[in-house]
Design a protein around this ligand. Structure first.
Ligand SMILES: [Zn+2]
Length: 381
């Protein structure tokens, strides 16, 4: 098994400034300058743990290349691209679009490198150089909609790579699984009327964006049924997430029968994240990854490429990311020193109110028309 790995030191240089978590500093409002939640540390420390643990020696390094304007414009509007380019030239940079997603001078180049990093990961896999791949990129992408960045995201890295796979490599159907704790609204929007891209988002119910990611959001037009949302209640742990994987994600992918699976891999559903209230552990992330690998093996020769998204615990994201990449590479787990603490949290097993949501969505998955070669897998309910 060869696992591709994308990282570049410049991803740590994406400058989100002195924001107070997510709000701009404002002394009159009592907002003392601090650091932005989306700062370099979680990702940089994940990369360093990959090196220090020795996993780096088992991975195939893939060099990211800047996404071209043509590639970015396959998802985003010309206005959005031009605004980011213009603000990137300002001495102190600009904002991706919602006022809480700052970037520094030169931020356009780093955002284009992040999008190009995911493209490079997908290309290496489709060219047969690697079996699967993980792109540890920054800034993240899954909230960025065609006309704007938002939620700390500038360009939708995963969506840009998906369009590239479709248009350049002729890939037909793509399955997208988003396990970032926030709704993958940007990716969903990009493909909302597209029956050839199935987007599945597992997220904490109504955290970000506000009022986004309800079960009723299912796509539109020809794409109706090809957007799947599982808004898990706050407090969901390993058991609830694995049930969502088994009852929704796996059956949906088997019916859809994609040629490629892309994962928006955020680690803010972890038990130590400051921005959400879920309880995933390294064991949970590893198990989710192994289940996805199993279904990928069945439907698309194991082709999975992951794009790094959120995750805001500088101490725990590195262990969660390492667990996922070890699983992708078929390597033995490095010890997670936090596991005894976080696995001891009460309520990791599937709870009745979580089961109720999962069963509702599982019922809708049964309505996805089986694609050629897909299997009308029985859906429990
Ligand atoms: Zn997130």
């Amino acid at each position: 098994m060869t696992t591709g790995y994308v990282y570049h030191e410049l991803f740590g240089w994406h400058d989100t400034g002195t924001s107070v978590g997510l709000l701009p500093a404002n002394p009159a409002a009592g907002l003392q300058p601090f650091i932005h939640f989306e700062n370099a540390e979680t990702k940089r420390r994940l990369h360093e743990l990959i090196v220090v643990s020795g996993l780096i020696d088992k991975l195939e390094r893939i060099r990211p290349v800047h996404a071209t304007e043509e590639q970015i414009l396959r998802v985003h509007t010309e206005d959005h691209l031009e605004r980011i380019k213009a603000e990137s030239l300002l001495p102190k940079g600009g904002d991706a679009g919602d006022g809480v997603s700052p970037f520094g001078h030169g931020g356009y180049d780093i955002a284009a490198l992040a999008a190009g990093g995911v493209i490079a990961a997908v290309e290496a896999m489709l060219n047969g150089r690697v079996d699967n791949a993980y792109a540890l990129v920054r800034p993240p992408g899954h909230h960025a909609v065609p006309a704007s960045g938002m939620g700390f995201c500038v360009f939708n890295n995963l969506a840009i790579a998906a369009r590239h796979a479709r248009e350049v490599f002729g890939v037909g159907r793509i399955g997208v699984v988003d396990w970032d704790v926030h709704h993958g609204n940007g990716t969903q929007t990009a493909f909302y009327d597209d029956p050839d891209v199935l987007t599945i988002s597992l997220h904490q119910n109504n955290v970000f964006p506000p009022n986004s990611g309800a079960v009723e959001e299912r796509g539109e037009g020809a794409g109706l049924g090809y957007a799947v949302n599982v808004p898990l209640p706050g407090g969901t742990g390993d058991g609830g997430y694995l049930a969502a994987m088994d009852e929704v994600v796996v059956p949906a992918l088997k019916r859809f029968n994609p040629e490629l699976i892309l994962v928006a891999s955020g680690f803010d559903a972890s038990a130590m994240d400051p921005l959400a209230r879920q309880m995933l552990t390294t064991d949970g992330y590893r198990a989710l990854t192994l289940r996805l690998m199993e279904v990928a093996e069945e439907v698309c020769d194991g082709r999975i490429a992951m794009s790094h998204e959120g995750g805001y615990s500088p101490v725990y994201v590195p262990f969660c990311g390492l667990a996922v990449m070890e699983a992708l590479a078929g390597e033995e787990p490095f010890t997670d020193p936090f596991l005894p603490v976080v696995s001891g949290f009460a309520g990791h097993e599937l709870q009745p109110h979580q089961k109720e949501v999962i069963e509702r969505v599982a019922g809708l998955v049964a309505e996805i028309a089986p694609a050629p070669g897909g299997r009308p897998s029985p859906v429990s309910g």
